[in-house]
Ligand binder design. Structure first.
Ligand SMILES: Cc1cc2nc3c(=O)[nH]c(=O)nc-3n(C[C@H](O)[C@H](O)[C@H](O)COP(=O)(O)OP(=O)(O)OC[C@H]3O[C@@H](n4cnc5c(N)ncnc54)[C@H](O)[C@@H]3O)c2cc1C
Length: 271
């Protein structure tokens, strides 16, 4: 896992780290328990962003009225993360720092153009989600730095968001998943961000298809053009049980479902 590139490990919710310590996949010289840092837990509006502290648990996010109002994509995605016991302990910052390409928070953060807040001995810095996730379990975290939180823009009435994933059993890491964050003028797409999980080494933004949809009216025809574009654009990595073709197919199934839901929602508002 990620931290062992350093000789210490940060312990947050422990839902990933404890398992890897047990299996001796992680053998840090030093284990630093940050769970008592209350200042790193909590959710608040800061200007036009919603800030979530690193030690905020998945359950805190799932049940937050602020998240439901200002970052509904996170509220939709939260129930897909593992099971209740894991969501009660696992943290926002732990998931972001670990950088699992099949995890929900990195995928949503990427869809929402979120920002990761880092703190180290040399000071604080902010890194966009796009730059933070760099490779498989590899992030922009430098030795001596921790994730203190991450923020996303506040949702507005012209935004539409949707999340869906396909897993063998509910609570398992998904085979493929998709977070959509779109902005509309009636049914006209101003922008649509498509972020896939379980497809590549990091959350994958389908930039070519996003550009294709921008400025178009979302209807049945455009949705099929987007699906065809995704088939050409996505180049999934296989995993132990699914080859690339299966993942590509599942990704397009999710895209069609979510774009159809966006179309239905915008058409109802425009009518
Ligand atoms: C059975 C099972 C199923 C799961 N299914 C899913 C799933 O479907 N989707 C999903 O997203 N996750 C899933 N998880 C993972 C879970 O969400 C973890 O909570 C999460 O990945 C890590 O968060 P944590 O707080 O538990 O971190 P920890 O386990 O404490 O730490 C994980 C790693 O991140 C580092 N770290 C932690 N916090 C910070 C920080 N603030 N700054 C810098 N480094 C830090 C640690 O050093 C370690 O390397 C599952 C876990 C289990 C055990």
């Amino acid at each position: 896992m990620k931290s062992p590139q350093f000789d210490y490990c940060i312990l947050a919710g422990g839902q990933t780290l404890m398992a890897t310590l047990n299996m001796r996949l992680s053998e840090p010289v030093l284990l630093i328990d940050i769970t008592g840092l209350k200042a790193m837990r909590g959710i608040r509006v800061q200007g036009d962003r919603l800030y979530i502290g690193a030690l905020t648990t998945h359950t805190d996010i799932e049940s937050s009225a602020l998240v439901a109002q200002h970052a509904p994509l996170l509220a939709q995605a939260a129930p897909h993360i593992a099971h209740r016991a894991i969501r009660n302990s696992g943290t926002w910052g732990g998931s972001i720092a670990y950088g699992d390409p099949a995890a929900e928070w990195p995928c949503c953060l990427s869809a929402l153009d979120g920002t990761v807040h880092l703190q180290g001995a040399k000071g604080a810095r902010k890194v966009s989600a796009t730059d933070f996730f760099q490779d498989l379990y590899t992030t922009a975290l430098q030795p001596g730095e921790i994730v203190v939180g991450a923020d996303v823009p506040l949702a507005s009435t012209v935004d539409w968001v949707g999340f869906d994933e396909l897993a063998r059993r509910h609570g398992d890491y998904a085979v493929a998943g998709l977070a959509v964050a779109a902005r509309f003028e009636r049914t006209l797409v101003q922008r649509v961000n498509l972020s896939f999980l379980g497809i590549g080494a990091i959350p994958i933004r389908a930039r070519r298809t996003e550009a294709l949809l921008a400025g178009k009216t979302l209807d049945a025809g455009t949705i099929e053009i987007a699906v065809a574009s995704l088939k050409a654009e996505l180049d999934p990595l296989p995993d132990l049980t699914h080859h690339a073709g299966t993942k590509r197919h599942l990704a397009t199934v999710l895209a069609r479902r979510l774009l159809q839901a966006a179309h239905a929602s915008r058409s109802a508002i425009a009518a």
